[in-house]
Design a protein. Structure first.
Length: 395
């Protein structure tokens, strides 16, 4: 990870991709454990045997994956009933269209149906996400930081989501691309990528903060500042267009917000829910996997924010990361989760930068710490995948 010898980008890229492939095997191990458990449960209940591959596919397309696949198969609803709940298919109006659109195109050329297409596309997009984070780390720091960041991202327990039919991989690719192009002053490309980011997930709006930070950094360069301002102004249009499209399709302008409120019970607690979950975990550490994962996520956030401060992380990456963290901690229902921490990848990149440039100088000590981190992350990745596959916690 944080080796002291100078490395090349080619070697960094190779290390990152090999680690990513190894991490997907760890996810497969976690899913395989769930598949075995389900097969045994079916046998105990006298049900006919279902192929293991079917169980694996079902695990990787569960939770939010179900709703994305509903959009792939049926599009957005033409109307949404009053008092909508997540037990009715119209609740799919709460989800954004970029990833389902990618999956629909993939389903045309790939065999196996929409679920298989979504899994395959996320395998590819997950690898691209790791690479894009590496490119961003290289742009802001160097090849060594890029290598460490890619390894940490690939093995981070929240990276289980890169193998599921979820939109996080797509968002990370686009968000990282937005910040890379902002750093390189590629304004129109930054505007386009930022627009797609905000059309992929609601927390993609954090890229707008990255644009605002870029404007602040260019405050003494009037020409570049205005170009950055125009690019930033374009970015939230993706979010606005999605809300308008879903509302137009359903015949109700603000239906997305209503579905979020009624079906998913989403609101704002401004961090109180997170504090409450942490308190409940302290009162009963073995009582809830969901609470335990919330606490683990909060610890990672604290470490990452400290690393961002000590490494003087670029305001562009810092603003985006703080935006994702704020959007993560503020909801009343779903707060800090490993997959949301993954989308706040500036935390992980900053930790990598701190380790490479400020970690212990003794090679043996560095190697021992790195082995512990890799081992713990790998175990956490398998555990998180299994817990979510067994429906033991809310992703």
């Amino acid at each position: 990870m944080g080796e002291t010898v100078q490395i090349t980008w080619t070697r960094a890229l190779r290390t990152g991709l090999i680690t990513y492939l190894a991490s997907r095997l760890l996810v497969l191990l976690g899913v395989g454990l769930v598949a075995i458990a389900r097969t045994q449960e079916d046998a105990r209940n006298g049900l006919s045997r279902i192929p293991t591959s079917r169980h694996i596919r079902d695990v990787l397309s569960t939770w939010d994956g179900f709703w994305y696949l509903e959009i792939v198969r049926n599009g957005y609803p033409a109307s949404v009933p009053d008092g909508v709940t997540y037990f009715v298919p119209e609740a799919r109006a709460a989800f954004f269209p970029v990833f389902p659109l990618i999956t629909r195109f993939a389903d045309v050329v790939l065999p196996g149906g929409p679920a298989t297409a979504g899994i395959i596309m996320n395998l590819i997009l997950g690898g691209l996400a790791v690479v894009m984070i590496g490119v961003l780390a290289r742009t802001l720091w160097d090849d060594q930081v890029a290598t460490t960041a890619m390894v940490l991202v690939a093995l981070f327990p929240g990276s289980f989501v890169l193998s599921m039919v979820y939109s996080e991989a797509t968002m990370i690719v686009l968000a990282a691309g937005t910040m890379i192009t902002l750093a390189r002053h590629r304004w129109w490309l930054a505007a386009g990528l930022g627009l797609l980011t905000t059309a992929t997930r609601p927390n993609g709006l954090a890229v707008v903060l990255a644009g605002l930070a870029c404007i602040w950094m260019l405050r003494h360069d009037r020409a570049q500042r205005w170009r950055a301002a125009v690019a930033t102004a374009v970015m939230p249009l993706g979010f606005i267009a999605v809300i308008a499209f879903i509302g137009s399709t359903a015949g109700e302008r603000w239906v997305w917000f209503r579905v979020q409120r009624e079906a998913w019970d989403e609101g704002f607690s401004f961090g109180w829910s997170t504090v409450r979950f942490v308190g409940e975990w302290l009162a009963s550490p073995l009582g809830s996997p969901t609470r335990a994962l919330t606490v683990a996520s909060v610890i990672v956030i604290a470490i990452g924010l400290t690393a961002m401060w000590r490494t003087r992380t670029s305001p562009v990456l810092g603003a985006y990361t703080l935006g994702v963290v704020a959007l993560m901690l503020s909801p009343a229902t779903v707060t800090a989760r490993p997959r949301f921490v993954l989308t706040a990848f500036g935390l992980i990149v900053a930790a990598a930068a701190w380790w490479v440039h400020h970690g212990p100088s003794d090679p043996a000590r560095r190697r021992n710490v790195e082995l512990v981190v890799i081992g713990a992350s790998s175990a956490g990745l398998v555990a998180a995948t299994s817990i979510y596959g067994l429906l033991g916690a809310i992703p």
